[in-house]
Design a protein around this ligand. Structure first.
Ligand code: AQP
Length: 343
């Protein structure tokens, strides 16, 4: 089946499509997660029927401290509320509270070839950075991702460049299953949002900014204080050349310009004009101030949601209940087709 690229322009708002997005609680979300994904989710949730998951099952493909994982899962859930997702309109849930994800992943493992998994570039990258724990979960991570998507019969999945290969595998698995057993799964299309910048590490701008980077100076967490944000941006790697313009070999400056552009809405040309004749010192202060203002309301709402743990639990239970209902419907269909005895 031919893959359609859906953009903000050609998506059809009159027929609400289903969209699914996940974020791992493998650390405190970064400015990269925020500008590249979360910032768009609220808009998506009004244009589409949205399901938004805290992907804690995915997070354990890398060793996690249990106490921290629990804390981060609650924090990321609160963050989804803080960015403006409405639990009355969207399904917001913790992945591990919906057992169908693990169950469908197992079934789909048996319809996925070892060879196709071996080609996944993220597995190759993560095996290098976690050489002491190259576990089978890390290898079959894309199959769990396929299960996440297919359970909700999602029409669309927002993907950055790094997840595109995983979505293709999900489509291949779904097509294969449908080919054997008849139409069971909706074939998901990638959704390319309007902005969705790829934010790079502040210390090595050739690498993407990651929440699990061992060097905290390389990323800005969405909960960093204004002082921490200022300090980290001031120490961001740039170059010795000194001019604020977008260009080859200026990855550090390009990255800061892209961050500044996402926070202020200015184009590269406008940024270049603003900082003509000024040095990196002035530029970095302006970038830091823009980031501080961008994250301030998110931080304030986050603090509000984290204060009421009973309400947080209540919203988690409500999200899980809806997610379980939808996911179980698909799982039962799959179990019947495969030949399992349904109780
Ligand atoms: N640096 C980034 N720039 C833009 N978008 C990014 N995303 C992640 N990093 C950047 C997007 O954020 C969403 C949620 O990501 P995730 O938590 O599910 O997994 P990830 O891509 O592996 O994110 P991290 O921060 O790099 O986590 P770790 O360090 O645990 O692997 C996705 O839409 C992703 O594209």
């Amino acid at each position: 089946m031919e893959e359609k690229i859906i953009t903000t322009e050609n998506a059809q708002p009159e027929r609400k499509k289903k969209i699914l997005s996940c974020i791992q609680p493998s650390g405190i979300p970064t400015l990269g997660n925020y500008l590249g994904a979360l910032k768009n989710w609220t808009k998506l949730s009004s244009d589409f029927d949205g399901a938004f998951a805290v992907a804690d099952l995915h997070a354990i493909t890398v060793r996690q401290d249990p106490k921290k994982l629990r804390q981060q899962s609650n924090e990321v859930f609160a963050l989804l509320l803080a960015i403006g997702l409405d639990p009355e309109k969207s399904i917001i849930f913790l992945q591990s509270q919906v057992p169908a994800h693990s169950q469908l992943a197992w079934i789909l493992n048996c319809y996925t070839q070892f060879g196709e998994m071996s080609r996944m570039t993220q597995f190759k990258d993560k095996s290098l950075s976690h050489a002491d724990n190259i576990n089978v979960g890390l290898f079959s991570y894309p199959v769990l991702m396929a299960a996440d998507i297919l359970l909700y019969q999602a029409d669309l999945v927002p993907v950055g460049a790094d997840q595109k290969q995983h979505l293709e595998i999900a489509r291949d698995i779904a097509n294969r299953f449908n080919g054997i057993y008849g139409k069971t799964f909706t074939i998901p299309d990638p959704y390319i949002g309007k902005s969705g910048a790829r934010v790079m590490s502040l210390q090595d701008p050739t690498k993407k900014m990651s929440k699990s980077d061992p060097n905290p100076k390389s990323y800005i967490s969405v909960f960093d204080t204004p002082e921490q944000i200022m300090k980290k941006i001031k120490s961001a790697v740039t170059d010795s050349e000194g001019g604020v313009y977008y260009g080859e070999g200026k990855e550090g400056v390009n990255n800061l310009m892209s961050i500044y552009s996402c926070c202020t809405g200015l184009t590269n040309e406008q940024i270049e004009a603003e900082f003509q004749g000024k040095g990196y010192g002035d530029f970095k202060v302006a970038v830091a101030e823009a980031v501080i203002e961008e994250l301030r309301p998110v931080r304030e709402k986050f603090d509000y949601y984290m204060k009421d743990t009973a309400e947080l639990k209540n919203l988690q239970a409500k999200g899980a209940e809806t997610a379980n209902r939808i996911a179980d419907r698909t799982l039962t269909k799959v179990m019947k087709k495969v030949g399992f005895v349904i109780p």
